[in-house]
Design a protein around this ligand. Structure first.
Ligand code: Q46
Ligand code: ZN
Ligand code: ZN
Length: 306
């Protein structure tokens, strides 16, 4: 098997693109695709102040590596944020890994303790709200904290490592639940408004399998261990389904996402790009919400009452 670019021995076979590549040309191809996503969806402009959310997993660390290399070319400021969720040993492990990577890629960073910010760790919150799914509570709190801190610290963009498989999983789940509003949030760029910071997903068109290959070739040390609360999550089944589809018909993952963008482009544009989003502000914390009190303030009030 020979590399399609240089003719040397190829170590990687990308069926979806009908390409055989050596490590060097795979790395170039991978970076070029991310740059193309950034340009196509206008994710980054010169002078941007970007806060990147880093969890210690392969996606966010790969994005940290790529953005750290692009910051001089495009001329933007990059800083990392990691939330110490207080999930016992698991949090200690990812904090150690993110610190190593921030230093390796020379990116300024802040580690924020949820206990210090909200008064409770994720483990304490999950234990006192047994009836709700752990990841839906944790996800809401993480989104809230990232937006709040990015806003308070004066960043104009918040970057996350969501990849193609993550977005398709959300798409499939929102389709099954009939939650079209959730599906509309799948665009690689979600424009902000006042206290809602613009969110960008430069890995939106990159399959998870390519991120694993890239992080291995580049020697990125990421946390392989799963969060103890991820057990029983439906995500695994949906992702297995998507992998089966891709195996049977290579490139179906990317086609699915692109067709979704094409079909829903008018809806996506009117929802996010043209019509200004009318926001209310939480009476308790002042952050954007669709209700009087935001969901995180409600969660914290419930935990405090117990
Ligand atoms: S940290 Fe939180 Fe994840 Fe753990 S509780 Fe679920 S959402 S799995 S990425
Ligand atoms: Zn090559
Ligand atoms: Zn609030």
């Amino acid at each position: 098997m020979k590399c399609n670019i240089c003719g040397n021995i190829a170590s990687i076979k990308l069926d979806y693109a009908n390409l055989r590549l050596c490590n060097l040309h795979f790395v170039n191809y991978f970076k070029r695709r991310i740059k193309r996503t950034i340009e196509k969806y206008k994710l980054i402009n010169p002078g941007d102040k970007i806060l990147i959310a880093v969890s210690g997993g392969k996606d966010s660390l790969t994005l940290l590596n790529i953005l750290s290399e692009l910051r001089e070319d495009i001329n933007f400021y990059l800083e990392g944020i990691t939330i110490d969720l207080g999930i016992e040993e698991y949090s200690n492990k990812y904090i150690k890994i993110v610190k190593e990577n921030y230093e390796k890629f020379k990116v300024e960073y802040k580690i924020i303790s949820l206990k210090d910010e909200l008064g409770f760790t994720i483990s304490e919150i999950i234990k006192s709200m047994k009836r709700r799914r752990p990841c839906s509570i944790c996800g809401a709190i993480k989104r809230y904290m990232l937006n709040k801190l990015a806003y308070e610290w004066g960043f104009n963009k918040l970057a996350t490592g969501h990849n193609l498989d993550d977005l398709l999983y959300i798409l499939l789940r929102s389709y099954i639940r009939g939650d079209y509003k959730q599906a509309l949030k799948l665009y690689p760029l979600l424009p902000g408004n006042d206290r809602l910071v613009t969110r960008i997903r430069p890995l939106a068109e990159i399959p998870e399998s390519d991120i694993i290959l890239y992080s291995r070739i580049k020697g990125i040390n990421f946390l392989k261990e799963k969060c103890p609360y991820s057990k029983g999550s439906k995500g695994f089944t949906y992702r297995k389904l998507l992998d089966m589809l891709e195996q049977e018909s290579p490139s179906s993952k990317l086609s699915m996402l692109r067709s979704f963008y094409n079909i829903y482009k008018p809806a996506l544009e009117s929802y996010y790009l043209k019509r200004p989003i009318k926001l209310k502000y939480c009476k308790s914390c002042g952050m954007p919400t669709s209700n009087e009190i935001c969901s995180v303030c409600k969660i914290i009030a419930r935990v405090q009452r117990r």
